[in-house]
Design a protein around this ligand. Structure first.
Ligand code: SF4
Ligand code: SF4
Length: 411
């Protein structure tokens, strides 16, 4: 597995965590020259990263392409300037062959090809001499992964082994389901097309989904990670939040450490984020801020005032105390949320129904409206992620809302 070759192999030695270095650089806009400068500064600060670049021949640069229809100004996807600056550096300074690739968050046929075009990755490839690696268009295989706690059979492109180095290039954003999305979660884009639906069905609860993402990260570990936080996203990320200027480009050989650093910039406690806490506990990387060496300005210097977190973060503590049976009681009494569609905003494009892993969304034949069956909804937020009209809201019972209030007050 390419991940085995590209592994960071530094998070644990003799049972003790080894400090991880994160390099940061300030960059206030997406003009190419300042972005080149910021990316270059991060690389200069990390000799270990330079060594990995020098030793790599075939490199996969993996941006986060969530939307197939939105351009760079939406700040939903990794910005093309960041990918271009990195590709230029890898090709020009380190002599690497570079591929830019992903499978985007929308599962509609042809959506990754559209995402590569609309996010301007095709243009970046042309400008730099990189090649495009459309994950959905590659031959596939299912990799058996016995050590996985949930994800024991992982669908991946069968030619992923051709890469000596995978670089996860994430966007600094909140995420309603996982609280933050960074270079670790970004790897889910290496699972082709409908495999992502399967992942949500295998791990419907948030904590389970975090374990599944950890499993994937344990198998396909990137050797380097960057975050585009020039403009990030707050609130209802990863698709329907508010863009927020942060002015950060950061890098690390340890994607967990970089994720954790960005979580701190957004005002989260990294170890209260299940994905990062579990990665740390399993020795996959460093999420504990005290074990990080920041080269450049620290998290506090970049943290925007009152950065809005997803509402799900505030309820996490109280909801953990709820017995599991209550989540799906026989009487339909639920303390979870379920998706609901705002008929005024909905354009009836059908994206939500096509992307719902549990087939909870259907179209009413008489009216043509899309509806949600709350009993089938597993609150995975996939529909919210893909809806181009911000027409999905999540609703909970009075009990859920009461717990939400209590958690935000006392949690
Ligand atoms: S809710 Fe959104 S994704 Fe679903 S049909 Fe309406 S506009 Fe499309
Ligand atoms: S309705 Fe939306 S939130 Fe519910 S299972 Fe389907 S995609 Fe997930």
């Amino acid at each position: 597995m390419s991940g085995a070759r590209a592994t960071t192999e530094r998070s644990q030695q003799n049972g003790a965590h080894v400090p991880a270095a994160v390099a940061t650089s300030r960059c206030m806009g997406y003009s190419l020259d300042p972005v080149r400068e910021a990316v270059g500064r991060c690389v200069e600060e990390l000799p270990e990263l330079q060594e990995r670049f020098r030793n790599a021949r075939n490199v996969l640069v993996k941006p986060n392409l969530l939307s197939s229809s939105r351009g760079p100004d939406s700040h939903v996807n990794t910005h093309p300037s960041v990918v271009q600056a990195l590709a230029e550096l890898l090709i020009g300074q380190f002599g690497c062959q570079v591929w830019i690739g992903d499978s985007c968050g929308t599962l509609t046929r042809g959506s990754t090809a559209r995402a590569l075009e609309n996010s301007q990755m095709n243009r970046v490839a042309e400008a730099t001499g990189a090649r495009i690696y459309n994950v959905d268009a590659q031959p596939r295989r299912v990799v058996a992964f016995e050590q996985g706690r949930i994800y024991k059979e992982i669908p991946l492109p069968s030619n992923l082994d051709q890469f000596d180095l995978i670089i996860s290039v994430a966007k600094l954003k909140t995420h309603t389901l996982t609280y933050v999305t960074g270079p670790v979660k970004n790897l889910l884009g290496l699972v082709p097309g409908a495999g992502k639906k399967q992942a949500h069905l295998l791990a419907p609860r948030m904590e389970e989904f975090a374990t599944l993402l950890c499993d994937l990260y344990a198998l396909v570990r990137p050797g380097a990670a960057f975050t585009d936080g020039v403009v990030g996203m707050e609130g209802r990320g990863p698709n329907n939040g508010r863009p927020r200027r942060v002015g950060l480009i950061a890098a690390s050989c340890d994607a967990v450490a970089l994720d954790s650093f960005c979580a701190q910039v957004m005002g989260f406690s990294p170890l209260r984020i299940p994905l990062l806490a579990e990665c740390h506990e399993r020795g996959l990387g460093i999420a504990e801020p005290r074990l990080m060496e920041v080269r450049g300005e620290g998290a506090a210097a970049f943290a925007p005032e009152k950065f809005a977190k997803p509402s799900t973060y505030t309820q996490s503590l109280a909801l953990r105390l709820v017995p599991r049976w209550l989540f799906r009681s026989a009487f339909g009494l639920t303390v979870t949320r379920h998706a609901a569609i705002d008929g005024q905003r909905c354009t009836r494009c059908g994206e939500c129904a096509r992307n719902c892993p549990s087939h909870a969304i259907w179209q009413d034949e008489a009216s043509g409206s899309y509806r949600v069956d709350p009993r089938k909804c597993i609150a995975c937020y996939c529909c919210d992620e893909v809806c181009p009209s911000d027409a999905i809201t999540m609703r909970g019972s009075w009990l859920h809302e009461a717990m939400n209030w209590a958690a935000s007050r006392f949690g």
